[in-house]
Design a protein around this ligand. Sequence first.
Ligand code: NAP
Length: 259
Amino acid sequence: MDLGITGKTALVCAASKGLGKACALSLAREGVAVTIVARTPGPLEAAAEEIRAATGSTVTAVAADITTPDGQQAALDATPEPDILVNNAGGPPPGDFRDWDRDTWIAAVDANMLTPIFLMKAVVDGMIGRGFGRIVNITSSAVKAPIDILGLSNGARSGLTGFIAGVARKTVRHNVTINNLLPGPFDTERFHANVAVAAKNAGRPVEDVLAQRKAGNPAGRIGDPAEFGELCAYLCSAQASFITGQNFLIDGGSYPGTF
Ligand code: NAP
């Protein structure tokens, strides 16, 4: 299927690795010129080069912390009028809420709720004026099924989800859609780091914990980031103009509910 977005521009946040990079790659494959943001220049440049070589699309790399006002400005300076915005940032650390002070909470809310809101605020009116816009927020399956040790993520991302539910109905008549993608377990550095922590805490070999996670998923495996990137690209397609305000779980069927 031709997604009808050749020649469009995209700002993809937190995209030198993992799910963000997969989204950038899938969009670039559709002929979208992508700007990718991450803090660490080495892996960022490597990702930019990999996407260029694989797709032939224009890839601009911005080394910045997207959760800071300066970082957001640097990203917007590189791509002031994106047709597509993919919001993403590192997830907050696990822990017990008794140990989290105000600063810890503000950092989580800044990264996983306010950063996407402020980036949307910066680009949405331009999208409305041009009559095309696609905004995808990478959140987490924890929005639907909270993970006890990820209280910062459960809370901050649910705040974003509530905000999106309202605003996504205000933009769609201008062909600007806003949706959330909720990843379950995906084969990324962050996932493996979390498995390593869980294994250490349980005093078990990492391989055992990983095998158990795979076996416990209805699909019998964890997700490939490429599968995630392809769904993101579809939500950014011309054809997806009647889809807005939705929360898409992509988790191999892990979430057990009927709806
Ligand atoms: P990952 O493999 O660790 O990649 C994270 C990417 O984000 C890297 O490119 C990293 O580069 C960049 N990044 C992190 N913080 C940033 C910041 N402040 N500013 C700019 N770039 C930043 O992580 P992932 O697994 O793809 O996860 C992406 C998001 O999905 C996270 O919020 C995670 O919590 C959520 N999620 C993931 C899973 C999963 O199974 N993978 C499941 C549920 C939710 P630098 O470090 O160089 O900045």
